[in-house]
Write a protein that binds this ligand. Structure first.
Ligand code: IPM
Ligand code: MG
Length: 361
């Protein structure tokens, strides 16, 4: 098959991890006879330096004309000054909204042999394989009003946690459908005990569950969810939630795997129907880690696994996606970057880790 990918390495360690993502992509091309055209573009701080904005209109168009985006990371102390509008991650939010990428999938897998990397006891995390489905274009991130103002001599601020029915329905649908393709368990996460959005969310989830009799639906409060993720991570399969809770809980969940360097992310415009390409924005869940730039020491796995998600969701190449995941699982048995280093493994840098996974593929 043929595909076009807009590649935005971005700032800090972004270019280093994206190079490893591209390496695995080239290996997939060769092994399975596909062809991916890569179109590089500037995003984040590098784009601010060159053009004054996090992403230019032209580059937005380049993304629109591609099947999907592979992204490194954006930001750094040079650009991220609180209060400025064009802070480097603004481009990321723009892309989410512009392309309607309402579903953010963040899988967390504790690979066999890596239980010892987790901050939790190995016996607790063994076998963890869950996926956080975060609503990505609504809620407190985008709801109006969103502003600061002065009244009675004091400063006020508001972010409206606004959800319309269609937004809740479509993200819950992603949750139910994903659960159906996995272990058939869905945790619907909200604060129905306090918020109106939570009450509506819970009502809609209950109504929709009638169409999914094969799925076990659990309604869970967001606060309790954070607790259960630490107590019993293996009890989770698919978790679905609003934007702000998803931002927080996906970070917590990704830590179970031992390092932010292990967590991939797919932001997509819904799950693809069979034979259909869905636009997506694929990135590691970690940031630009400015202190590590140019050191060839960070973990490329999050980006490599993001490429697997790209093949799965945008290009419908499930076999190839699984092959990358299996190659990664094999590679970590023997080789590790510093963030997940354990006794008895060979310590390697970013490029070398990419090489080992590519060889395993
Ligand atoms: C994430 C990040 C972003 C978010 C930031 C960088 C705007 O934390 O992708 O989770 O808050 O969504
Ligand atoms: Mg976040």
């Amino acid at each position: 098959m043929k595909g076009t990918i807009a590649v935005g390495p971005g700032d800090g360690i972004g270019p280093e991890v994206v190079a490893e993502g591209v390496k695995i992509l080239k290996a997939v091309e060769k092994k399975y006879g596909h062809q991916f055209e890569l179109r590089y573009f500037d995003i984040g701080g590098v784009s601010i330096d060159k053009f004054g904005v996090g992403i230019t209109k032209e580059n937005m168009e380049l993304c629109r004309k591609s099947d999907c985006i592979l992204f490194g990371a954006a930001g750094g102390p040079k650009w991220d000054i609180p209060g400025t509008k064009e802070y480097s991650n603004f481009a990321v939010l723009q892309i989410r909204k512009e392309f309607g990428l309402y579903a953010n999938l963040r899988p967390v897998i504790v690979f066999p042999g890596m239980e010892g990397c987790s901050p939790l006891k190995p016996e607790l995390v063994k076998g963890t394989d869950l996926i956080v489905v975060r609503e990505n274009t609504g809620g407190a991130y985008f709801g109006q009003p969103k502003k600061q103002w002065v009244e009675n001599n004091e400063r006020n601020a508001i972010d409206a946690m606004l959800y319309s029915e269609h937004e809740i329905v479509r993200i819950l649908k992603v949750g139910f459908e994903l659960a159906r393709s996995r272990r058939k368990k869905l945790a619907s996460v909200e604060k129905a005990n306090v918020t109106e959005t939570g009450k509506l969310w819970r009502k809609i989830a209950t109504e929709m569950s009638a169409q999914y009799p094969d799925i076990t639906l659990d309604h869970m409060y967001a606060d309790a969810t954070t607790m259960w993720l630490l107590r019993q991570p293996t009890s989770f399969d698919v978790l679905v939630m609003g934007n702000l809770f998803g931002d927080i809980i996906s970070d917590e969940a990704s830590t179970l795997a031992g390092s932010l360097g292990m967590g991939p992310s797919a932001q997509i415009a819904g799950l693809p129907k069979k034979g259909e390409k869905v636009f997506g924005f694929y990135e590691s869940a970690h940031g630009s880690a400015p202190k590590h730039t140019g050191k060839n020491d960070v973990n490329p796995i999050a980006t490599i696994l993001s490429v697997a998600l790209m093949l799965r969701y945008t290009f419908g190449l499930e076999k190839e996606a699984k092959a990358i995941e299996a190659a990664t699982a094999k590679a970590v048995l023997t080789h590790r970057t510093y963030d997940v280093m354990e006794p008895g493994r060979i310590k390697v840098g970013t490029k070398e880790m990419g090489d080992v996974i590519t060889a395993a593929l």
